[in-house]
Write a protein that binds this ligand. Structure first.
Ligand SMILES: Nc1ncnc2c1ncn2[C@@H]1O[C@H](COP(=O)(O)OP(=O)(O)OP(=O)(O)O)[C@@H](O)[C@H]1O
Ligand SMILES: [Mg+2]
Length: 582
């Protein structure tokens, strides 16, 4: 029997994995928690993923990578310790942690593929989707399907079981914002419109609050001409996030942090209060931009807010009260938080996995493409412009500002197949290169070049024409095929992504992952090192010993909040004592 399909939400801040149990998705605990922080740290020649890695961001920021999802699809390398790694390789480390946990906990057959449905923000581009798929492949996961996060949330919400309903799914996470308008009818779940912003989420709120706290701290203490290092930055971000989360349930939150900054021999502590009003002032504009996108999605779906059966809030940042407030004010519709807002997307992925495996779930999912797909073409504007130029101006190097010839329109259901004919520009033309773009801009320069379709005709005719078929598959990934229109011969076609992602698989495969124990003990090992250090005074050592004991006790219990609190204390002390050494 094949291994069951797992559902993975590879989030900017947290990742979640689930599996079908008694016909329902169930979140799998990774390191004893439902949410695995999407943080990777490379220390002592091993990879640590999750909460421990998140802690290490404070002690070893140069060895730690957070929010890698924001960089997916970019042609870059990041430094992590002494390594250079591409975004998909770093994501692969997170996925490997998930894979290893599942295989071990559920006795998967290691000789068979470990299959998954993995989610991406609805607004992800082709390159971002591809990078996600590659990350999964590097970590030896077999991707059965890529689905959009809001669509997954709709499946988890049980929309497929509703007779005729239309909901807007509003997903504000750590790094991305997605809005989808979704209709259900007799087990058919159909996405009507989707909008979003790949660069908007809780991370941005943390940064705004971090700057606010820093400025206030400097002002309070009359400190000038001080720059914050990566260490202070890492601490500030953590403080900002914790404060932000508390502000969702409290009106005023005290911020206290010992030994925050040492300047001119003086130790400064962080001590202030932040009110919800102040925080809302910082983020109002960002939340407003999400409601604007919601209005645009409704327009695209040709619906009025009053026609919706509801607005469902998904994602951790949707817990900020201002979100529901602003939606209510603008649309006069109540927005409700989905149950299990952090797990819903992964649960939806698991439901999709069950559908693929023909389990007893009668749902068909029809998703759409978030961006138009097109090629650069000589449209009327270009033609007029070219015509107005003198023959000398239209030199060899002149690149006309071509228009975008849309092939597959935004919000078209996928899979979708569209063809377009291209005529040879010279007799017996053998090779055709067609630039492919994604986006809504009128001129091709306003859109993203996602790559080139490279076509080669085996036996070219004098006046050849080829018909190129662009297909967005069910994962939203592009496939290209072509045929010579006269001879009906298939043309050799290949799509080369402009980001030319070439992954050195060995990088991650040979990399060692820290064991659960090694990862749990990282802080303790550091603390013990300090106990052996003669420069640390007895008083500090006593405090450290007490904290280590308390931390170990908390690790044994299930109480995550209590563990986090002790962890914070230990981190603060480590940070202070280690800083004292150099
Ligand atoms: N109670 C809360 N109030 C405000 N923000 C919160 C709360 N709980 C979590 N968050 C924020 O939600 C974000 C994480 O949400 P979530 O886990 O849905 O994101 P993600 O899935 O990792 O990101 P994305 O979907 O963008 O890839 C973080 O920025 C976190 O600080
Ligand atoms: Mg998410």
């Amino acid at each position: 029997m094949p291994n069951p399909i797992i559902g993975i939400d590879l989030g900017t801040t947290n990742s979640v994995v689930s599996i079908l149990k008694d016909k329902l998705p169930q979140t799998i605990l990774v390191d004893n928690a439902k949410l695995l922080p999407s943080v990777v740290c490379y220390t002592d020649s091993k990879f640590i993923v999750g909460q421990t890695a998140k802690n290490m961001a404070i002690l070893e920021p140069e060895n730690t990578v957070l929010s890698i999802k924001r960089k997916m699809g970019q042609d870059i390398s990041l430094k992590i310790g002494d390594r250079e790694m591409r975004p998909e390789e770093i994501s692969a480390v997170i996925l490997k942690k998930i894979r290893d946990t599942v295989v071990e906990q559920f006795d998967f057959n290691e000789n068979l593929p470990v299959r998954c449905v993995i989610t991406v923000p609805a607004y992800f581009t082709e390159e971002q989707r591809n990078a996600t798929k590659q990350a999964a492949e590097i970590s030896a996961l077999q991707v059965e399907r890529i689905i959009n996060e809001p669509t997954a949330a709709a499946l988890a919400f049980g929309m497929s079981a509703l007779d005729e309903a239309v909901y807007a799914i509003y997903d504000l996470g750590g790094g991305t914002f997605d809005i989808s308008v979704i209709e259900s009818m007799d087990g058919l779940v159909e996405v009507l419109a989707t909008k979003g912003n790949n660069e908007l989420g809780g991370d941005d709120f943390d940064k705004l609050l971090m700057d606010f706290i820093w400025e206030r701290f400097l002002k309070q203490n009359k400190i000038v001409n001080v720059y914050r290092t990566r260490k202070e930055e890492a601490r500030l971000i953590r403080i900002a996030e914790q404060t932000k989360i508390k502000l969702s349930s409290e009106k005023v939150v005290p911020v206290q942090e010992s030994f925050f900054l040492k300047n001119n021999g003086i130790n400064y502590h962080l001590e202030m209060e932040i009110s919800r009003d102040e925080f809302e002032g910082l983020i109002r504009e960002k939340i407003q931009s999400t409601t604007t996108l919601l209005a645009e999605a409704l327009d695209a779906a040709k619906l009025k807010a009053a026609e919706l059966d509801g607005i469902i809030l998904v994602g951790g940042s949707s817990r900020i009260p201002l979100v529901a407030d602003m939606i209510q004010k603008k649309f006069n519709v109540d927005a409700a938080l989905i149950s299990h807002p952090d797990e819903a997307v992964s649960h939806g992925a698991t439901i999709q996995g069950a559908i693929i495996d023909n389990q007893e779930i009668d749902t068909v999912l029809i998703d759409i493409t978030p961006h138009s797909l097109g090629v650069a073409v000589m449209d009327d504007t270009t033609y007029d412009k070219l015509y107005s130029l003198s023959p000398e101006q239209v030199g060899k190097d002149y690149k006309p500002d071509l228009g975008t010839g849309v092939i597959i329109k935004q919000n078209t259901p996928i899979p979708s197949k569209k063809s377009r004919k291209f005529s040879a520009s010279v007799p017996f033309q053998k090779k055709f290169e067609i630039e492919v773009y994604q986006g809504e801009g009128k001129r091709y320069t306003d859109n993203r070049n996602i790559g080139t379709a490279m076509l080669e005709v085996a036996e070219p005719l004098e006046h050849g024409t080829i018909e190129v078929t662009f297909e967005l598959d069910i994962n939203g990934l592009l496939k290209i095929t072509a045929e010579e229109t006269t001879t009906k011969e298939m043309v050799n076609a290949e799509f080369k992504s402009s980001k030319g992602v070439r992954v050195h698989k060995s990088h991650v495969e040979t990399a060692e992952m820290a064991s659960r124990e090694e990862s749990d003990n990282v802080l303790i090992r550091r603390a013990e090192k300090l106990l052996d250090n003669d420069e640390i005074v007895a008083e500090d050592k006593a405090e450290l010993t007490e904290l280590i004991t308390r931390y170990q006790q908390k690790q044994e219990t299930e109480d995550q909040a209590a563990l986090e609190e002790t962890e914070n204390e230990l981190l603060d002390l480590l940070y202070y004592l280690e800083g004292n050494e150099d």
